[in-house]
Ligand binder design. Structure first.
Ligand code: MG
Length: 391
């Protein structure tokens, strides 16, 4: 039972106060946030960023990540990553790093959980196909589309469009975009660096996919352990595992090397980031923003090892003929659906058909398509183009 003094303490502290003891001086505080675009009352027991996180998890776009491709189309088997499990891994690694650095863990988690919301079906192949379809109509990029989802397309709240997330989460999405000249991004972009919480998610994203893409490619049989002998990062992690555990059977060996790789990268990133924070005398959020380069990231040795690993992944996995076949099929489906709905917008559900009629035909078709999961896009394709098999 808590004592009466402890109960009094609970009464006195609001959530933003409770955030305070765990934060370093250079962490973002919810109290210092620029807030939300649409007025919204504070919640009695959740901070601004906790609420952002909850709104993201409750969104339709988040649930759809379950059936969206990371690298391999969701139907390949039931064991490899999808965009949802990738997102959860990124959030988990990001929180570990944020906590160790004294950053705002709730903000970091919200940024991580939203970082891939704008991906269309069929991964980067789907993104390229939609961008080509939208060439004359403003193009398509997943970060920009993510911002559209959380600012406009989600429709679950009566008082505002989208999720009305805090400015800091929106800014992290904007900084991630490969098209910084886009007018919609300008309100969010400032000269200098993103918040450390956003930098952590960026680094964790890259660390997570490099590692899990090797794991998935091995499990699916796109590459073999012998192929990985030419990759120094993998070989050295394997040596560490052998030193520690001796000879392991195949069921434990692969996941143990994967864990060792993640642990090595996170430890290295923490050491080098802490050293940079000290060397640059970082005392507050403004110090972070005014620097010319990001503070969060691996040291030179791991950076070089990662570069070699990424070259291997590009050559042996992303360009593997089995992956290429799936991506070609994905492109074909996205392009065919785009052309068909642009020709006949009344074939889309009412909500989209109405919007298309009101004027923004191609962007509406693009929004509808980008929201689809791999599975739904394939079913739509069959529904629209497969000849009737029976009368
Ligand atoms: Mg990602």
């Amino acid at each position: 039972m808590p004592t009466s003094e402890e109960l009094f303490w609970l009464d006195r502290l609001d959530e933003a106060d409770r955030e305070e003891p765990s934060l370093a001086p250079y962490a973002m505080r919810s109290r210092k946030s620029r807030g939300r675009l649409h007025p919204d009352n504070p919640h009695p027991f959740r901070t601004l960023y906790q609420r952002d996180r909850d709104r993201i998890v409750h969104s339709t776009a988040f649930r759809r990540l379950m059936y969206k491709t990371q690298v391999l189309v969701a139907q390949t088997n039931d064991h490899h990553r999808t965009r949802l499990t990738h997102t959860i891994e990124v959030a988990m690694i990001s929180r570990t790093i944020a906590r160790r650095l004294g950053l705002n863990e709730d903000l970091t988690e919200a940024i991580a959980l939203s970082h891939d919301l704008g991906h269309p079906p069929f991964g980067h192949a789907g993104e390229r196909a939609l961008d080509a379809c939208m060439k004359e109509h403003g193009g398509f990029e997943h970060n920009l589309h993510g911002l559209r989802i959380v600012q406009l397309l989600e429709y679950r709240y009566p008082d505002f469009p989208g999720l009305n997330l805090s400015w800091e989460v929106l800014q992290a999405m904007a900084y991630h975009s490969k098209r910084p000249d886009t007018p919609e991004l300008q309100p969010f972009l400032q000269p200098g660096q993103p918040l450390l919480e956003a930098q952590v998610v960026d680094a964790a994203d890259s660390l997570a996919y490099d590692t899990h893409d090797v794991d998935d490619a091995l499990s699916i049989g796109l590459i073999t352990p012998q192929d990985l002998a030419e990759v120094p990062f993998w070989r050295r992690a394997l040596e560490r595992v052998r030193q520690r555990h001796g000879v392991l059977g195949p069921l434990q060996l692969q996941p143990t090397v994967v864990r060792a790789l993640i642990d090595w990268q996170v430890g290295d990133l923490l050491d080098h980031t802490i050293a940079r924070l000290r060397a640059n005398r970082i005392h507050n959020v403004d110090d972070v923003r005014h620097l010319h380069s990001p503070l969060v990231g691996p040291g030179p040795e791991v950076t070089a090892l990662k570069t070699e690993l990424e070259a291997f992944l590009r050559r042996e996995v992303y360009e593997h003929h089995r992956v290429q076949r799936m991506t070609a099929k994905g492109c074909r489906i996205v392009t065919a659906l785009f052309n068909e709905f642009s020709r006949a917008p009344h074939l889309m559900p009412d909500r989209y058909a109405r919007r298309a009629q009101e004027g923004s035909l191609h962007r509406t078709v693009c929004d509808y398509l980008a929201g689809m999961t791999d599975r739904y896009a394939q079913e739509e394709y069959l529904r629209l183009f497969q000849p009737f098999t029976s009368v």
